[in-house]
Design a binder for this molecule. Structure first.
Ligand SMILES: NC(=O)c1ccc[n+]([C@@H]2O[C@H](COP(=O)([O-])OP(=O)(O)OC[C@H]3O[C@@H](n4cnc5c(N)ncnc54)[C@H](OP(=O)(O)O)[C@@H]3O)[C@@H](O)[C@H]2O)c1
Length: 250
């Protein structure tokens, strides 16, 4: 029997958002799931939930640095030496919403460490892994996905720092799509254009918001779109997808 392919997701938080939903959706679709995140207590708890349903493991890191991300990928390969990483999702990303004159150097570090440096580190490991793998049934060596935001394509009054990070993430994904498409590595970026019903967003908003599918993005629905991207074949694949709820003003 062919071993199940591996899905790696970086940025899982407490499992209530897009990272966690993607882990569940890919697990249900038959993948082994490798979780990379920073908060090891939350991560271990969430990995336990997944392990009750399939093959999953937590690979905690201290920060989204080249060294930590490389160590996590090595540990994933060692943990499942008989299967291949076929889908990798970079979902981590810190948002800073402040008027420009209030933005600090520390804010810039937070935004760039999570949205830029971490994404470069993660992409390097994913692409290095994919390029030596044979073509799969869809004619590709692997799929690398990035979670973007409205701020990936539009700056606004409080998003100078965040948009700088997300624009960078988008341009990284486009550059990689062009460089590695020729090697049958599929790179895709998702503009998530609206608020996602994570625990954090639920706590910050009126309770009726999270129950209204017209106005909020459901993490599971985003995750299903990621699975759709991973299942696309090389003759018609997406570089950029945008997702927003029906009543979003845009
Ligand atoms: N929530 C929204 O309304 C919304 C809207 C549009 C786009 N997005 C994008 O969606 C992605 C997050 O997905 P989500 O909101 O659904 O929540 P999520 O899946 O729970 O993921 C949030 C992730 O951001 C990471 N993060 C938080 N603080 C961080 C820090 N200080 N340094 C590095 N990473 C940090 C966390 O990483 P750890 O797992 O390591 O803690 C966490 O996994 C981000 O790329 C975000 O820009 C979110």
């Amino acid at each position: 029997m062919t071993p199940r392919p591996i899905f790696v997701v970086a940025g899982v938080g407490n499992g209530s958002g897009t990272g966690g939903a993607s882990a569940r959706v890919f697990l249900n679709a038959g993948y082994r799931v490798a979780l990379i995140a920073r908060k090891s207590d939350e991560l271990t708890k969430f990995a336990g939930e997944l392990k009750a349903k399939g093959e999953a493991e937590a690979f905690p890191i201290a920060a989204y640095t080249y060294k930590d991300v490389e160590t996590a990928f090595s540990a994933i390969k060692k943990h499942w030496p008989d299967s291949e990483i076929r889908v990798a999702l970079y979902n981590a990303g810190i948002g800073v919403w402040k008027p420009f004159l209030q933005i600090t150097e520390e804010d810039i570090d937070k935004v760039t460490d999570s949205n830029v440096k971490g994404a470069f580190a993660f992409a390097k490991e994913a692409v290095s892994t994919f390029k030596d793998q044979a073509l799969d049934g869809n004619g590709k060596r692997g799929t690398l996905l990035f979670t973007g935001a409205t701020a990936s394509i539009r700056g606004n009054v409080t998003t100078s720092a965040f948009a700088a990070g997300k624009f960078s993430l988008r341009s990284l994904s486009q550059s990689l799509a062009k460089e590695f498409g020729k090697q049958n590595i599929h790179v895709a970026h998702a503009v998530i254009d609206g608020a996602i019903a994570t625990d954090k967003q639920r706590n910050n908003r009126d309770p009726s918001w999270a129950d209204n599918a017209d106005v909020r993005l459901d993490p599971e629905s985003i995750a299903k779109s990621y699975l759709y991207l991973a299942n696309q074949d090389r003759s018609a694949w997406t570089w950029e997808l945008d997702l927003r709820p029906a009543h979003e003003k845009w």
